[in-house]
Design a protein around this ligand. Structure first.
Ligand code: HEM
Length: 205
C-alpha cells in the first residue's frame, strides 16, 4: 500500500478515486441536475479535505516533528496537485450544471462569484503548473514562494466565504469554517515556533 502513498503515484491514486466518485454520483442518478449538484458539493468537500493538510504541513512539522508529519510535508506537493484535480472536477461538474440548467445556475451564481471563484481557479492553475522541479527552477524560489503563499491564503479565504454564506440555511456549514480557522491558527503557531527557533539559533553563545 505504501507504494501508492508517495509521490506522483499518490496524486494519480487521488485523481482516479475522485473521478470514480464523480462518475458514480452522476451516473447513479442518470446524469440528472440533482446528481450533478451533488457532485459539485462532493468535490467542494474533497477539495477542502485535500487542501487543509497541504496548508498546514510545514506548521505541523514545526510543532510536532515526527514520521507522520514529515511524510505529509514530503508529499505536500503531490496532495496539493490532488487538490487541484479535485477542484478541476468541481469546475467540470459546474460547467455540466450550467449547460443542463442555465436558469438555475445563473440564479445561484453572480458576477461576483464568477470573478472571485475564477481568481481562485487562476491561482490553482498556476500553483499546479508550478509544482514541478523545472517550473520551480524557471520561476525562481522567491517568486515560487510568493505565488504559493498568496494562492494558499486566497484559497483558504475562499473556503471560509463559500461555506460561511451557506450557514444561514444550514448551521452545519460552520464545521468547515471552523476547520479552516483552526488550520490558520496552526499555521500561525507553526510560523511562530520556526521564528523562535531561528532567533535562538542566531543568538551568539
Ligand atoms: C467560478 C467558480 C465557481 C463556481 C461557478 C462555483 C459554483 C458552485 C455552485 C453552483 C455550488 C452549489 C452547488 C449546489 O448546492 O447545488 C458550489 C458549491 C460550493 N463551492 Fe463552488 N464554485 C466555484 C468555485 C469555487 C471555489 C474556488 C471554491 C473554494 C475554494 C468553492 C467552494 C465551494 C463550496 C465550499 C461549496 C459548497 C459545498 C457544500 O455544499 O458542501 N467553489 N459551487
Amino acid at each position: 500500500m505504501s507504494y501508492w502513498m508517495n509521490g506522483w503515484r499518490l496524486t494519480g491514486l487521488l485523481t482516479a478515486l475522485l473521478s470514480l466518485m464523480v462518475l458514480g454520483i452522476v451516473a447513479a442518478d442518470g446524469f440528472s441536475v440533482d446528481a450533478i449538484r451533488t457532485a459539485i458539493r462532493a468535490t467542494a468537500r474533497t477539495s477542502l479535505l485535500l487542501f487543509l493538510p497541504t496548508f498546514i504541513a510545514s506548521a505541523l512539522v514545526a510543532l510536532w516533528p515526527g514520521s507522520k508529519t514529515r511524510w505529509l510535508l514530503r508529499n505536500r506537493r503531490y496532495i496539493g496537485v490532488g487538490f487541484a484535480a479535485s477542484h478541476g472536477l468541481h469546475a467540470i461538474v459546474i460547467i455540466a450544471f450550467a449547460i443542463r440548467d442555465p436558469a438555475l445556475f445563473s440564479s445561484m451564481t453572480s458576477i461576483g462569484t464568477l470573478v472571485s471563484g475564477g481568481s481562485a481557479y487562476l491561482f490553482i492553475l498556476l500553483m499546479a503548473a508550478t509544482s514541478f522541479d523545472r517550473a520551480v527552477a524557471w520561476l525562481g524560489a522567491r517568486n515560487w514562494r510568493i505565488l504559493h503563499w498568496c494562492g494558499a491564503w486566497y484559497i483558504a479565504l475562499s473556503f471560509i466565504i463559500t461555506n460561511a454564506k451557506r450557514t444561514p440555511d444550514m448551521p452545519l456549514y460552520w464545521l468547515p469554517v471552523v476547520l479552516v480557522l483552526l488550520a490558520i491558527a496552526l499555521r500561525i503557531a507553526g510560523w511562530w515556533r520556526r521564528r523562535g527557533k531561528l532567533r535562538a539559533a542566531s543568538v551568539p553563545a
